[in-house]
Design a protein around this ligand. Sequence first.
Ligand code: PLP
Length: 409
Amino acid sequence: MVDNAAWTKKLSQRVMQLGGSATLQVSKQAAQLRQQGHRVVDLGVGEPSCPTPSCILSAAMQALQQSDISHYTAAAGLPDLLTALQQKLARDQGLQYNTSQLLVTPGAKAALSLTFDTLLQPGDEVILFAPYWTSYKALVQLAGATPVVVPTHAQDGYLPNMQALQQALSDKTKVVLINSPANPSGALWSKQRLQQLWQLLQQRPVWVVSDEIYSRFVFDGLEYVSPASLSREAYERTVVIDGVSKTYAMTGWRIGCVAASDYVISHMLKLHSQRFTCATALAQYAASFALSEGRQVAQAVQQMRQNYQRRRDTLLPQIKQLPHIGCSTPQGAFYLLLDISAYIGRSYGNITIADDVTFCQQLLQQQHVATVAGSAFGTPGTVRLSFAADDAQLGEGIARIKTWLRQLH
Ligand code: PLP
């Protein structure tokens, strides 16, 4: 008989200390409730509810029949995909790269993990702005570095105060991480704010890691500006993370990418080839078609962006009518971050809503609405709703949240 407790002690401490993904945990609980026959409204999941556009599926079908998808590809990615990516970064973000500066990875999460492992040493510090996407912290810690969290506030649209950033910078700071538009706040960094950032970083040997995965979903005609686009120096010091998951509704295909200086990519490539060999060949063909963005794909992306903006505009007034709930207006991505702090300390029967985690757990158990507790993003007292869910689910979800709030005393 194996003594599990004794063997558990022999596992890696790094992994033992790691928390699981909060968002995937919510999806699992929602799936369990569904299996028990409940009609769950899932506003927790951070992925488009629509399928991958059919023209991309057809391109993948064609690749399945006509291309060599049985073998490893070049570690950095298929040449056609690298060219499509090169064109995409120039077209959408105004960034010019050689294909030797690009690396295709199994999802943007892998791109981030390779980036941190390439840039960071134990003892280094990484600045994260809270609310931050839940995996950043874990990935930084796995790379042996220390996350330093700089809070941002709803009244500032969750955009950082440069003084707070200045105070957080130290001799150990190696990376400042920017995610614009942000998951979960939807905050968008303007050109002016990015200029302020670079001014602050001017005399410091600090990298900017820019997660641009939501850059196509910007609302109200606002402009997306990449931190890498501001100057030659900014370009050389920025590592850009991107991917197809959100823009083309391709989360299941697992294709992400990194764009950076040649020498960063050449070292990262060693790590990537040892760890992953390459991204899945078939998914690379599909991503190549998506990123080339012919008319049909461009229309599909445009449609998604319009849908997200319309849903945001429909939902916000409904949420503002919910008693004692605050919510700032996201300028991009597809999330709303609700301030539920007024409900903390209230009760439902004999259950006290001690924090945002209990709030979300009870909302899921009592009303079968899945959301993610803000604690997972470094902002306790908040709850994230995803409006990548379809209209019917959103309408039903808000109605159930309203019912739930009325029951909290
Ligand atoms: N970056 C951000 C900000 C995200 O929200 C996500 C997914 O939710 C990712 C990266 C990961 O993307 P991928 O599914 O390509 O790994």
